[in-house]
Ligand binder design. Structure first.
Ligand code: NAD
Length: 499
């Protein structure tokens, strides 16, 4: 049995707490490794290394810091296949999807190579008589991030790339479900030239998270995960005086207007609803066709597409559409929610309950499900299922469809499919959701824009990546300066001559 490590001060270090979690192979249901769960003392040790390393790193000029990130991009490309394989093995997603996970993180690193430009301050010449005023952005010091299982490459890079580009040290507490890729990323950053102690990985669970929350040296915490934990971390971290940004769960609606291209809408829904087994915070989990006729046409297009989906292990090749869900507990929760949908009166149009894969009977595979006639009060509508289950809620008008997205407690992403520019524009303007797609099903902004939802999908005010990240990982200092008159008034500027 492989025993994973922490990555502290430039070295793999065995856990000393005596506590471990199982890392599963979701395709086979077997335990493939044990990950150490850090104690409070182990977190304190990592913080002490970070404190030692950070001032020298902050003193490296931004251009040289950016060069480490440039080299890191090369190394990510060199090791792309290796990273994708390790990611698929622990997470279960297909190899092309795993490479996409690395690639979307890599693009944030590329953006952060612009640190010299992004960190430039502001300057006012002659703000008053003889007075100049300027502001600079300085690193916070030791920062930390707590990340979820579903993007074990991209989300750590969302956080540590800007934090480190700004001159901070960063302590990563990745998900205990798939910790191998985060450990590999830390190694690659050091191979790229990052001094030891600037990026460390502390594996763990609530105990490590609580140690981070209560450590007086850690200045900021970034969190991505489920909403109840996001709320807990935001509340506790803020009460400790830290800068905190927390990103939570989602229930993303896709409105399908009667004039939409129904084939395009159905293709989009299948990819966005079932890709990565629905384990994406930007997955579409609710389809909202407007009008019964639109709903009937949409369902007719969806059913054959869903029935054709290929579900299997990542090792079965690149034509697999999605893999297993992450754990047996996740699978059981999805099955329970599907049953609740049936019990509460939704119509199960595609039933994936009997799904089984020969040779992988113990794996955490869930067949695709499609519900029709879902209503607002059902648990499958109110709860984030995080599985391959798409719910259809029929709306009778555009206003009703918009109201559904507006009234839901989550507000991460949403999309509208239509040929009518006026409807699309009105939707984008009025809906209280953070990321909007117009004929685009998963509107994940690129690295140079920012990523973030509204309502219960976010706690805090600055988004991930883009310019916001450089604000989150720095403090502004503003200097007002006036110099006493000096040599220029007291000095003699004409050529001295004998009187
Ligand atoms: P999770 O909340 O279970 O875990 C996230 C992190 O919190 C992990 O590192 C975990 O170890 C830690 N954690 C878990 N329980 C804890 C506790 N009681 N106290 C302290 N720390 C704890 O989330 P997950 O299952 O890993 O990820 C899936 C969730 O993440 C979904 O809800 C999904 O929507 C959300 N997500 C959101 C975004 C976004 O940007 N909004 C992106 C990706 C995932």
């Amino acid at each position: 049995m492989q025993e994973l490590t922490h990555y502290l001060n430039g070295a793999h270090v065995n856990g000393t707490s005596g506590r471990f979690a199982d890392v599963m192979n979701p395709a086979t249901g077997e335990v493939q490794a044990k990950v150490p769960l850090a104690s409070k003392e182990e977190v304190a040790r990592a913080v002490a290394y970070a404190v030692e390393a950070q001032p020298a790193w902050a003193a490296v000029n931004p251009q040289r810091r950016a060069r480490v990130l440039m080299k890191f991009v090369d190394l990510l490309n060199r090791d792309m296949d290796k990273l994708a394989e390790a990611l698929s093995r622990e997470h279960g997603k297909t190899l092309p999807d795993a490479a996409g996970d690395v690639q979307r993180g890599l693009e944030v690193v590329e953006y952060c190579i612009g640190a010299p430009q992004l960190l430039k301050g502001e300057y006012t010449d002659s703000a008053g008589p003889g007075i100049d005023m300027y502001s600079m952005r300085q690193p916070l010091g030791v920062t930390a991030g707590i990340t979820p299982f579903n993007f074990p490459a991209m989300i750590p890079m969302w956080m540590f790339a800007p934090a480190i580009a700004c001159g901070n040290a960063f302590l990563l507490k990745p998900s205990e479900r798939d910790p191998s890729v985060p450990l590999m990323l830390a190694e690659l950053m050091e191979e790229a030239g990052l001094p030891k102690g600037v990026l460390q990985v502390v594996n763990g669970d609530k105990e490590a998270v609580d140690a981070i929350l209560h450590d007086p040296v850690i200045q900021s915490i970034g969190f991505v995960g489920s909403t109840p934990i996001a709320e807990y971390i935001y509340g506790t971290g803020c009460a400790q005086g830290k800068r905190v940004q927390c990103f939570g769960g989602a229930k993303n609606h896709m409105i399908v207007m009667p004039d939409a291209d129904m084939d395009q809408a159905a293709d989009a829904l299948v990819g966005a609803g079932y890709g990565a087994a629905g384990e994406r915070c930007m997955a579409i989990s609710v389809a909202v066709p407007v009008g019964d006729e639109t709903a009937d046409r949409l369902i007719e297009k969806l059913v054959p597409r869903i029935e054709k989906l290929k579900v299997g292990p990542y090792t079965a090749g690149n034509d697999i559409d999605y893999g297993p869900v992450v754990t047996g507990a996740a699978k059981a929760n999805i099955e329970r929610l599907v049953q609740s949908g049936i019990d509460q009166g939704a119509k199960l149009v595609v039933d994936g309950r009997d799904f089984s894969l020969q040779g992988y009977e113990e794996g955490f595979f869930v067949g695709p499900h499609l519900f029709d006639h879902v209503t607002k009060d059902m648990e499958i509508y109110t709860t984030e299922i995080f599985g391959p289950v798409l719910s259809t809620v029929r709306a009778q008008s555009y206003e009703e469809a918009l109201g559904l997205a507006m009234d839901h407690e989550y507000g991460n992403g949403t999309a509208i499919f239509t040929r009518d520019g006026d409807a699309a524009r009105d939707f984008a303007n009025r809906v209280n959701v953070g990321m909007i797609g117009i004929n685009v099903p998963i509107p994940v902004p690129l690295a140079y824009h920012t990523f973030g939802g509204w309502k219960k999908s976010v706690f805090g005010d600055l988004n991930q990546h883009g310019p916001d990240a450089f604000k989150f990982y720095t403090r502004t200092k503003t200097v007002t300066s006036r110099w006493p008159s000096g040599i220029k008034e007291g000095g003699e500027f004409s050529i001295p001559v004998m009187e």
